[in-house]
Design a protein around this ligand. Structure first.
Ligand SMILES: Cc1cc2nc3c(=O)[nH]c(=O)nc-3n(C[C@H](O)[C@H](O)[C@H](O)COP(=O)(O)OP(=O)(O)OC[C@H]3O[C@@H](n4cnc5c(N)ncnc54)[C@H](O)[C@@H]3O)c2cc1C
Ligand code: FES
Length: 275
């Protein structure tokens, strides 16, 4: 485990959709090290309310064109509780405490030409950097860019149209985007997993979103014989493996055991999870 703690100044905090914002943090060493699928913890400095930090996925790193290297971390957050409410009120020039990079990140899909990413709710956030890495547009964590697959499709389900955040970013990154909504206000009327099943099978699936969606995706992947990795959004307290507040049950040779999502995940092979 190799992570560092930073005091990161905010260089942007802009609205993307209803209650959804992109915050850009100046943290050059973190931006150089982090990979798609990894996350950071964010905490308010000089405050004990809330006491604990919260986990947020890497949306993308920001490249300073003058320096020719990443200097910032972009995070997209949905306002749901204490820290996200505070974040939404922070202005450029304020700062937050962050620590990272944390977690394992997405594995390379082996032997796949077409990969599908399936997102529900705020679960689209880990996929922008992932698309850029898969299509070879960007290298992360000091790696040179390398195209890993020919095609990336993003299946993105939201409750209603005005919660869809970053759709143009995903299209501009080269993904074919399919939208679904619970109320039919955008794209397919219904669950994103029902939209996925209507399309040709990809050779690898990645998912992130609410647990019922991940269950449905894992079942579909098993039925269609498609390898599938899931990024879990389990609540966390420390983010670094110390507190055991983030455990999830996984299959073992003699039954099941717990793994810590913050250090053994957040990305797991769907076959290993004990639902
Ligand atoms: C690896 C990982 C990556 C993540 N990436 C992202 C990301 O990129 N973007 C993102 O937006 N989220 C992400 N999350 C989820 C995010 O960490 C949580 O939503 C986090 O709890 C938000 O912090 P908060 O302080 O705003 O909410 P909290 O105060 O912790 O509230 C969390 C939940 O409790 C509910 N709640 C809070 N207060 C009350 C109350 N008084 N009564 C009833 N319910 C209440 C809220 O509605 C919310 O659903 C990620 C989680 C993980 C594990
Ligand atoms: S959040 Fe503390 S061990 Fe995972």
């Amino acid at each position: 485990m190799s992570f560092q703690q930073y005091y990161a100044p905010i260089t942007a905090n802009t609205r993307l959709a209803t209650n959804t914002y992109l915050i850009r943090l100046h943290a050059p060493a973190l931006a150089e090290a982090i990979r798609p699928g990894q996350f950071i913890m964010i905490r308010m400095p000089n405050s004990s309310d809330p006491l604990l930090g919260r986990p947020f996925a890497l949306y993308d790193t920001f490249i300073d064109m003058k320096k020719g290297r990443p200097t910032g971390i972009d995070v997209v957050y949905l306002v749901v509780g204490k820290i996200t409410k505070l974040l939404a009120n922070l202005k450029v020039g304020a700062a937050v405490e962050v620590w990272g990079p944390l977690g394992n990140g997405f594995p390379d899909p082996v032997g796949a030409d077409h990969v599908a990413l399936v997102a529900g709710g705020i679960g689209q956030t880990p996929f922008l950097a992932h698309i850029r890495e898969l299509l070879g547009a960007r290298g992360y964590g000091g790696q040179t860019p390398r195209r890993r697959v020919q095609k990336v499709s993003l299946y993105y389900g939201v409750r209603t149209a005005n919660l869809a955040a970053g759709v143009d970013d995903f299209k501009n990154a080269g993904a074919t985007v399919h939208l679904a909504s619970n109320d039919g206000s955008v794209g397919h009327h219904g669950f994103v997993t029902d939209l996925l099943v209507k399309h040709d099978a990809p050779q690898h699936l990645f998912g992130c979103g609410p647990e019922p969606m991940l269950h449905a995706l894992a079942k579909q992947a098993e039925a269609r014989g498609i390898p599938c990795h899931l990024s879990l959004e389990t609540p966390m307290a420390c983010g670094v493996g110390i507190c055991f507040s983030c455990v999830t049950a996984v299959k073992t040779s003699d039954g099941w055991d717990y793994k810590r999502v913050c250090v053994d995940g957040p990305v797991f092979d769907a076959k290993c999870l004990q639902w």
